[in-house]
Ligand binder design. Structure first.
Ligand SMILES: Cc1cc2nc3c(=O)[nH]c(=O)nc-3n(C[C@H](O)[C@H](O)[C@H](O)COP(=O)(O)OP(=O)(O)OC[C@H]3O[C@@H](n4cnc5c(N)ncnc54)[C@H](O)[C@@H]3O)c2cc1C
Length: 418
């Protein structure tokens, strides 16, 4: 099998040895394992379990776990370029892998970047070692079900899922609530959920958010609902319910108060959904080139590249792809604590651009390649459906990015029209 060219050329994008190694590895796993299985998972709306076995064997599950804990210690940019390579071959696998990897990135590098007392840092180091060991040695899978169907996942109100502290069983919380669109439901070993920690007499507040990993087999955890969506079908994002679930203290993924601080001081943390869609965009382009050249494997070799309208469409696709890649690389290389206003605005521009361009590009690819390209026997039709979901993902839906950008462009902090 001919190996595909990298999305981010190592020389042009000045990749480090680690970045080159991980992106090459993801492309190999993607091309050899993910691509041949993608249609089946999509058809059955089933979780890509075999892909996870292969990704664990390849060492990809610990990509963002610090090296001292047995991982690759990848930063967000390295993760993003690697995830884009996976998304190119199976969007649903890359999107669910994002939920798992983000759990480790947030618990790892990102938390290290934020202010904590020495005692908090020591305790966090002990707690995260438990999570990282499970992942690196035992192959545990973590997910990130935050959405609740209200305004919490958009960052507007406190989490409806509540964690009441308890001293029983060595200490922890009793958790009650519900998470919708819980990707990896029934397949993750731990559900990393955000809850409002509520003590007696207190009202839930975002400041008191706690981020905990609930064991999937804990008493009181259940899953309901059908899963038969238009796209990203392999994510199996059903509804999770927590009824008086005891969650031990060691389940804490970030120290108290750190999620709230991270959301304002490390805003690039919410950009980890884009890479799957960056990969889908590249996949739509790759398909179109092969198809119009009459080189798509398994198809009768008809050339369609000589028509000027198709050449113009491909030129438009290439422009869109390179614009997206440049913005993606630039924005993710700016991820750090306390970014400037300009960097924050660019991060929303990037999220919007990737999510909208992925969808537009796959639409253009279908129009350009023609009727046969939308047959279910070819991947473009799946890429088209998967890429449609990107702009809907909270907390940075395409609409919210537009709202934020407009406000930030026209108002300085604290300014009003009164
Ligand atoms: C394939 C797939 C997989 C997913 N996996 C996960 C997952 O693993 N974890 C997870 O947490 N979520 C996941 N989601 C959920 C996703 O992130 C969104 O929460 C979900 O798509 C929102 O649904 P909705 O648009 O119907 O929400 P709505 O109910 O319409 O919106 C929810 C709330 O967000 C706010 N909101 C919406 N639009 C705006 C706006 N323009 N301006 C201001 N506020 C606004 C509102 O307060 C609204 O009440 C997944 C979604 C999909 C499609």
């Amino acid at each position: 099998m001919k190996t595909d060219a990298p999305i981010f050329d190592p020389i042009a994008f000045k990749l480090t040895d680690k970045q080159r190694y991980l992106t090459d590895l993801a492309r190999k796993v993607g091309q050899e394992s993910l691509a041949p299985r993608a249609a089946q998972y999509d058809l059955n709306a089933s979780f890509p379990a075999e892909n996870y076995v292969d990704m664990f064997k390849a060492g990809l599950m610990g990509i963002c776990i610090p090296e001292k804990h047995g991982g690759h210690g990848a930063d967000i940019l390295t993760y993003a370029m690697t995830a884009a390579e996976l998304g190119r071959y199976c969007g649903a696998t890359a999107l669910t892998w994002n939920m798992h990897v983000s759990s480790t990135l947030w618990t790892g590098d990102l938390t290290d970047d934020l202010e904590m007392s020495a005692e908090q840092r020591t305790t966090h180091e002990q707690k995260r070692a438990i999570h990282f060991k499970r992942i690196v040695e035992d192959g545990a899978i973590y997910s990130q079900p935050f959405s609740e169907g209200g305004a919490a996942a958009a960052g507007k109100v406190a989490w409806g899922t509540q964690a009441i502290p308890t001293n029983e069983n060595g200490g922890g919380w009793i958790v009650n609530g519900k998470k919708i669109f819980a990707s990896l439901s029934g397949h993750a070993n731990y559900y990393g959920i955000l809850c409002s920690e509520v003590r007696e007499g207190e009202k839930p507040s975002r400041r008191n958010s706690v981020y905990v990993a609930v064991p999937a087999d804990a008493d009181g955890v259940s899953i309901t609902g059908e899963w038969d969506p238009m796209g990203m079908r392999g994510t199996v994002s059903r509804t999770l319910h927590f009824k008086d679930v005891f969650v031990p203290e060691e389940a804490m993924l970030m120290p108290r108060g750190i999620y709230h601080a991270a959301a304002s001081k490390w805003p690039h943390m919410f950009l980890t959904l884009c890479p799957a869609y960056m990969g889908l965009m590249q996949a739509a382009y790759d398909f179109t080139i092969k198809y119009l050249r009459g080189e798509y494997p398994g198809l009768y070799p008809v050339k369609r590249r000589m028509y000027p309208t198709k050449q113009i469409a491909v030129a438009q696709m290439k422009i869109m792809l390179e614009q997206s890649k440049a913005l993606f690389y630039q924005t993710l290389s700016e991820a750090r604590p306390n970014p400037s206003k300009d960097q924050i605005m660019r991060s929303w521009v990037m999220q919007y651009t990737i999510m909208e361009n992925a969808s537009e590009m796959s639409q253009l690819a279908i129009r350009t390649c023609g009727g046969q390209s939308m047959l279910k026997s070819l991947p473009l039709e799946r890429i088209f459906r998967d890429s449609r979901c990107g702009a809907l993902m909270l907390p940075l839906t395409a609409e919210i990015c537009l709202d934020n950008l407009g406000k930030f462009a026209l108002y300085e902090r604290g300014e009003t029209d009164d």
